[in-house]
Design a protein around this ligand. Structure first.
Ligand code: GDP
Length: 175
């Protein structure tokens, strides 16, 4: 019947990374296929869901956004609790946001389950002319740390779907 949605799995995925790298827009793109130029950060943890089918099973992704709290170092262990996936996001035009990735990774590994699936995301790939992080640097880092890696554009809807599907499929194969 209409509305009778059967869910086989619910996977919690957290978005982390510096402010303004595009986490909210990545989430908006994946969950609602939307993008807004002047997104305002709201304070307080928020999540969105989207259900996808993997191997004939309904997988509901519950994706959490720090919603501005990263500015106040207020991302708490409650945020990471129960997370089976993480999107570690930097902005390819902001070197500092990439330089902070090891700190975010350390924090993630300190709080999250040790089997958490992690995707490193270099967002804003549409701004190639302002690139400050060579793709090779990120790829090497990801390889060394055992992370998946993709560059995305939430603006142009490039690789956002792939990033989530890769992580959700990997989680699906582990559980
Ligand atoms: P957050 O603080 O990490 O959640 O970042 P937001 O999602 O609020 O995005 C910060 C700014 O970057 C906003 O002005 C967005 O419109 C912009 N932005 C986000 N993703 C992209 C992208 O893929 N390309 C471009 N050019 N701008 C983006």
């Amino acid at each position: 019947a209409a509305g009778a949605e059967r869910i086989d799995f619910v996977f919690k995925v957290v978005l982390i990374g510096d402010a303004a790298v595009g986490k909210s827009q990545i989430l908006a793109r994946f969950s609602r296929n939307e993008f807004s130029i002047d997104s305002k950060a709201t304070i307080g943890v928020e999540f969105q869901t989207r259900t996808v089918v993997i191997d004939h099973k309904s997988v509901k992704a519950q994706i959490w956004d720090t919603a501005g709290q990263e500015r106040y170092r207020a991302v708490t262990s409650a945020y990471y609790r129960g997370a089976v996936g993480a999107m570690l996001v930097y902005d390819i035009t902001k070197r500092q946001s990439f330089d902070h990735i090891p700190r975010w990774l350390e924090e993630l590994r300190g709080h999250a389950d040790k089997n958490i699936v992690i995707m490193l995301i270099g967002n804003k790939s549409d701004l190639e002319e302002h690139r400050a992080v060579p793709v090779e640097d990120a790829r090497e880092f990801a390889q060394r740390e055992g992370l998946f890696f993709l560059e995305t554009s939430a603006l142009q809807a490039t690789n956002v779907e792939s990033a989530f599907i890769t992580v959700l499929t990997e989680i699906f194969n582990i559980v």
